[in-house]
Design a protein around this ligand. Structure first.
Ligand SMILES: Cc1cc2nc3c(=O)[nH]c(=O)nc-3n(C[C@H](O)[C@H](O)[C@H](O)COP(=O)(O)OP(=O)(O)OC[C@H]3O[C@@H](n4cnc5c(N)ncnc54)[C@H](O)[C@@H]3O)c2cc1C
Length: 401
């Protein structure tokens, strides 16, 4: 447990831990089994003031820092990763982008929805545009005084439960010129043309739907444009900037899951006896537990450092990428080791280890894969645009023919 937290942060953390160890632990297995979105947990988070904490006070939030949000997400995820992700997406991601780039009206709309319990959806990925998000084909065509959006997104977290959607599309002017990527707000069930096509049958994190979403001649007023394209690169740069908070949030969920698994393994290693002694008297398990604790300490240091970083309102891109790559990979290893400490019991659905192993596997994929984030880290430390990134080396930027 780090010592440099303020008294308020320790109180906030204690509040989240109390919920996590009580009702959220009690419901976690059922959330996974039923694959139902945990509205009961949303109500608990709302009552405890843990939704929309990072929203500025003038919009009804508490103006909390990224680190405050991280402390809450870490505590909740140690019991239920789905609830941890809800805390990410009601404090970071789409809501933080609207709060940074939106108009006053857009901010008020988004803040009211989140504070009343909505988890916004962020719609970037498409069947043909995953890591290469810039290749998206969803388009918003300017027609008179409105935009008409057509396209298809997939793997959208919250599709079917979220009301507020932040949708990214290539924006075309009235003459058909591509102006770059912009972000629009739409509300499910209030915006004709937005429909949920299907839910993905996921390996883990089953309490939140991942959905394919279609936009068919979806008409939006200019006031729905939150992040204008501002040239071919700028809108995309804003999107990536806002995504740094989401990445720190995702790393925190992985950290929380690993902490939960480690604690279970530590307790079990004392209780379980074989060969006439607790299994934690065998050096093979002692070293496993030691490695788990080292990985957790390193992950926590990276995540907290990333949460505290940044000078323009969002965490620093390099630190967010470093934290997500390391923490996600370390957490997968830690949960796997924890499951091993339980022997056959770890493989049973009666214990949470197998759920944790399925849940944690996502974090090297969603929100930027470990490989793509390594490209981000390499580009930053080398000070170069790398050939395998969207900016790549072109004749114009490299000076090559
Ligand atoms: C549970 C979950 C939730 C998600 N939620 C959302 C959401 O809410 N909104 C949203 O928009 N998207 C969401 N996503 C999508 C996610 O962001 C993408 O899956 C991710 O960006 C990778 O895209 P892809 O799956 O198409 O993989 P691909 O881009 O096809 O990559 C396939 C493989 O190639 C590697 N690769 C690709 N390019 C490079 C490169 N340049 N260098 C090295 N390796 C490379 C990748 O790392 C990966 O291993 C979610 C995904 C998951 C699993």
């Amino acid at each position: 447990m780090p010592l440099d937290l303020s008294a308020d942060q320790k109180t906030l953390q204690a509040r989240a831990l109390e919920l996590a160890r009580g009702p959220i632990t009690a419901r976690a297995a059922e959330v996974d089994r039923s694959e139902q979105y945990p509205w009961d947990n949303v109500a608990l988070l709302k009552e405890a003031g843990l939704l929309g904490m990072t929203i500025p006070t003038r919009h009804g939030g508490q103006g909390k820092s990224w680190l405050d949000a991280v402390l809450v997400i870490e505590a909740l995820s140690s019991a239920c990763a789905v609830t941890g992700r809800i805390a990410v997406e009601t404090n970071m991601g789409a809501i933080s982008a609207v709060m940074a780039y939106g108009s006053e009206d857009q901010k008020r709309l988004a803040a009211d929805l989140v504070l009343s319990g909505d988890k916004p959806a962020i719609c970037i990925t498409e069947p043909g545009a995953g890591s290469d998000a810039n290749a998206m084909t969803t388009r918003a065509d300017r027609r008179g005084n409105r935009f008409v959006v057509n396209g298809r997104k997939h793997w959208i977290t919250g599709g079917g439960v979220s009301r507020l959607h932040l949708i990214f599309a290539h924006v075309f002017d009235a003459q058909g010129n591509d102006e770059g990527i912009g972000g629009f707000l739409a509300i499910r069930d209030e915006t004709p043309g937005l429909s949920i096509v299907k839910r993905e049958p996921t390996m883990g994190l089953r309490g939140i739907p991942e959905a394919e979403i279609a936009f068919e001649d979806m008409e939006l007023p200019p006031s729905a444009l939150v992040m204008p394209p501002r040239g071919l690169k700028k809108g995309f740069a804003d999107l990536m900037n806002a995504y740094n908070s989401q990445r720190v949030g995702a790393a925190t969920v992985a950290l929380g899951i690993a902490q939960g698994a480690y604690q279970l393994a530590l307790d079990w290693s004392e209780k379980r006896e074989q060969f006439g002694r607790p299994i934690n008297e065998f050096q093979g398990l002692q070293w496993k537990l030691a490695d788990m604790s080292i990985r957790l300490a390193a992950s926590q240091a990276l995540v907290y450092k990333a949460a505290r970083s940044g000078s323009d309102g969002f965490p620093d891109m390099l630190m967010a990428a470093q934290a997500k790559v390391f923490t996600a990979e370390a957490a997968i290893q830690t949960v796997n080791d924890a499951l091993q400490v339980f022997g056959a019991r770890g493989y049973s659905r009666e214990l949470p280890l197998e759920r944790m192993a399925r849940d944690v596997r996502m974090f090297t994929i969603g929100g930027g894969t470990a490989e793509v984030l390594r490209n981000v880290v390499a580009g930053a430390i080398l000070g170069k645009k790398l050939p395998q990134t969207r900016d790549g080396w072109t004749a114009a930027t490299s000076g090559r023919d």
